[in-house]
Design a protein around this ligand. Structure first.
Ligand code: 5GP
Ligand code: ZN
Length: 144
């Protein structure tokens, strides 16, 4: 736990999030500045800054869950594609220094962006979190 880390605060439930899924090692919630509707972040429960200090086990668990969330998003939203990416260091564009993966639904013809500066509408985020968490609970039953 890092006191000034927003993702640690979310994991510790000291800050709120639009939750989608949880395992022993990861929490998945919506990005509040979505690059597209359904933009998910898969976050380690332990605090690591980036791939350079995260353990191989944490990295592989985030990779595994990201794949499952990609299936969940594709299935629920019927999007044309899903982008998965991860940034390490400010020079690479990382803005929250707690290891995480982005899973972003994509549709043909839409502009591809990594970050958005526009916050999602809270009602839309809430409705999306309900859809994806329900889909995850049925598709990922037993994934701990
Ligand atoms: P990074 O740039 O580090 O790869 O991604 C960090 C992401 O976290 C950004 O896409 C940003 O929109 C998102 N973000 C920043 N603050 C918060 C927050 O308080 N809650 C949530 N859910 N997402 C956040
Ligand atoms: Zn943290």
């Amino acid at each position: 736990m890092s006191d000034d880390c927003i993702f640690c605060q979310i994991i510790e439930e000291k800050a709120s999030c639009y939750a989608v899924h949880e395992t022993r090692y990861t929490k998945t919630f919506l990005d509040i500045f979505p690059a597209s509707p359904g933009h998910c972040l898969i976050v380690t429960k332990d605090h690591y800054q980036d791939i350079f200090d995260a353990t191989p086990e944490a990295i592989s668990m985030v990779g595994h869950v990201s794949t499952l969330i990609a299936h969940t998003v594709k299935n629920e939203l019927q999007c044309d594609g899903v982008g998965i990416f991860q940034l390490n260091g400010a020079a690479a564009g990382q803005t929250v220094f707690h290891y995480h993966m982005h899973v972003i639904p994509r549709n043909a013809g839409e502009e591809i962006s990594i970050h958005s500066r526009v916050p999602g509408n809270p009602e839309d985020l809430q409705a999306m979190a309900e859809r994806l968490s329900h889909r995850a609970s049925t598709m990922l039953d037993g994934v701990e």
